[in-house]
Write a protein that binds this ligand. Structure first.
Ligand SMILES: NC(=O)c1ccc[n+]([C@@H]2O[C@H](COP(=O)([O-])OP(=O)(O)OC[C@H]3O[C@@H](n4cnc5c(N)ncnc54)[C@H](O)[C@@H]3O)[C@@H](O)[C@H]2O)c1
Length: 188
């Protein structure tokens, strides 16, 4: 029995659940959100598409973290997205509170999970989730967008045997937000 939870049933979260369901890589997907009824309604629609799209994964929508218990992987997409004119760092204070609360709830019910953070500003939220969860650092990951130009450069360098790190220069701990300021440095 494998269970994946996605926290945040907005644009990123609901698309992630749909894609994971179609990939049929988990027995159950649990989608949760602070908005009552939202994940339940989306889950109903997705489950009804199972016979049409031919996947077996069961999708559950809930507002109760008890229903996420025993998740193997939890994806955190909860939080505000940018509005025009905003940088990812403008989201720091409000999303930090959300990610902290969400992470505490997650590890209470899934103490051995792997957390994938999507919420921006990404590197800061990933570091926060790692600290709040108390999980080993290899169990808390950040999911960026590889289409961005600096990250394309970073992947090219990685293929050439160079290590990709955040602008802070510490190979294990990116300190800046993913995006224009992300850089790659040669392996030591
Ligand atoms: N890492 C990346 O590459 C990447 C890409 C796109 C978006 N993002 C980030 O992902 C986040 C979500 O983006 P989106 O477009 O899906 O936004 P959205 O507004 O469509 O969805 C966010 C959802 O989070 C929910 N939410 C808010 N507080 C919550 C809480 N305490 N507990 C549970 N759910 C809560 C909201 O109700 C909403 O449904 C944003 O911070 C955005 O910047 C990151």
């Amino acid at each position: 029995m494998s269970r994946v939870t996605v926290v945040g049933a907005g644009k990123y979260g609901s698309t992630t659940v749909q894609r994971l369901a179609e990939a049929d890589i988990a027995d159950e997907l649990v989608m949760t959100d602070i908005v009552e009824g939202l994940p339940q309604g989306l889950a109903l629609d997705m489950n009804q598409s199972r016979p049409v799209l031919g996947f077996r994964t069961r999708v559950t929508g809930t507002n109760d973290y008890a229903d996420t218990a025993g998740s193997d992987v939890v994806v955190i997409t909860a939080g505000l997205p940018r509005k025009p004119g905003m940088s990812r760092m403008d989201l720091l204070a409000v999303n930090a509170k959300i990610v902290k609360d969400v992470t505490e709830q997650i590890v209470r019910h899934s103490p051995d999970t792997v957390i994938v953070v999507v919420t921006n500003p990404l590197d800061q939220m990933t570091t926060l989730a790692a600290e709040v969860s108390g999980l080993p650092r290899q169990r808390v990951l950040g999911q960026g967008d590889p289409r961005q130009r600096p990250l394309r450069q970073l992947h090219r360098r990685h293929r050439r045997g160079r290590r990709a790190v955040g602008q802070g220069g510490d190979p294990g701990q990116p300190r800046r937000d993913h995006g224009a300021r992300t850089i790659a440095v040669p392996r030591g």
